[in-house]
Design a protein around this ligand. Structure first.
Ligand SMILES: O=C(O)CCC(=O)C(=O)O
Ligand SMILES: [Fe+2]
Length: 349
């Protein structure tokens, strides 16, 4: 039976206790480089390469427990998926998962285990360090169940892109994902174009003439073959990012990237976690975000909730009979996690 329990309202944060963001010191790529401040190695990698790996953001054992929860969540649909039998990896035995591994519906983004992952201290801490503030909001983003050898789905063709409007240059969004299973060179996952964040402004000035790949949001830009050639001509190389369970992968939204499917027997599980300073969101954004939280729907990578999703999965144009609009396990948020919803920062409620 589905739990319809409301999330625990943090006792220390009553509705009228508006949290005022501390002054936003966040202009990461510059302010974090203050003289005399010794940056972590991952922080320097991120500034230089446009991506990095924060090792052990979650202790490995706990990351593997989260992966177990994810298997359990899939098995809980009772459609026939069994984690110990790869032959059960089939769309008829699973909820709707795209060829890119994404699961976007069924309120999965608000499952308790997803909230636990995004509010892990090592995850929040890394974003907080890079963005220079503890007053943060988090995206209600997708969960990735990347299974190998999916002949039942369309192939996952390369989809190089950046998740930022080319007309709004400069650093604006730090994307992340928490990797939950061993993820080697052939196990699928994130592939990035090293250093492309630094070339982004020049790229979009020089390639502005090009016909765009259609996108449903301005905060997405797809690289065409010509764009890919430009990146190559300017010395950028594509790097498959490898990681262990519990590692946090971070990238600048201007960095060109996409994901690959596993070529081994190893599935790739991860949860996307993007944070931004609450000061970068308007009150309207926060209200929309609150509504998304209350309806248990998702957002894109962008934590400011400009776009909100739906819990209705459709298969061949028909609503999936296994749709649900509440998580199986409602999120139990402590005070820190609840602040990440943005709700305590809403002023006139
Ligand atoms: O799965 C990944 O590693 C990247 C996903 C991605 O780029 C996206 O959802 O925009
Ligand atoms: Fe992306």
């Amino acid at each position: 039976m589905l739990s319809v329990q409301a999330p625990v309202a943090p006792s220390t944060l009553l509705k009228h206790d508006v949290v005022e963001p501390a002054i936003n010191t966040a202009t990461p790529s510059t302010s974090s480089q203050k003289e005399n401040v010794e940056l972590d190695a991952w922080h320097r990698d991120l500034l230089r390469d446009g991506y990095c790996v924060v090792k052990g953001a979650i202790p490995q054992e706990r990351a593997l427990q989260y992966a177990d929860k994810m298997h359990g969540w899939l098995e809980g649909f009772n459609l026939g998926y069994d984690r110990n039998d790869l032959s059960t990896v089939h769309k008829d035995k699973l909820p709707l998962i795209t060829e890119k591994g994404m699961c976007l519906n069924y309120a999965v983004t608000h499952e308790d285990f997803v909230w636990k992952i995004r509010s892990e201290p090592g995850v929040v801490g890394a974003f907080s360090k890079f963005l220079g503030t503890e007053d943060l909001i988090v995206s209600f983003d997708a969960v990735n169940f990347g299974f190998p050898n999916r002949k039942d789905l369309a192939p996952n063709k390369p989809w190089p892109h950046q998740d930022q409007d080319p007309l709004k240059p400069g650093f604006r969004c730090l994307q992340g994902l928490v990797n939950l299973l061993p993820n080697g060179p052939d196990d699928g996952g994130l592939i990035v174009c090293k250093g492309s964040h630094e070339l982004s402004t020049q790229f979009h000035e020089e390639m502005a003439w090009e016909e765009k790949i259609p996108a449903w949001t301005n905060e997405w830009y797809g690289f065409t073959d010509k764009g890919m050639q430009w990146l190559k001509d300017h010395g950028c190389e594509w790097v498959k990012v490898c990681a262990e369970p519990g590692d946090l992968l971070l990238w600048d939204s201007r960095t060109a990237h996409y994901n690959l499917s596993s070529k081994t027997k190893q599935p790739r599980f991860c949860v996307y976690t993007c944070f931004m300073p609450v000061a970068d969101a308007s009150q309207e954004d926060l209200k929309r975000k609150k509504d998304a939280f209350e309806r248990r729907v998702g957002t894109t990578h962008w934590p400011n909730a400009r776009h909100t999703g739906s819990n209705v999965a459709k298969r061949d144009g028909v609503d999936d009979p296994h749709n649900r609009d509440r998580p199986v396990e409602e999120p139990q948020l402590d005070e820190r996690a609840f602040r990440l919803t943005g709700i305590p920062y809403i002023k006139d409620e």
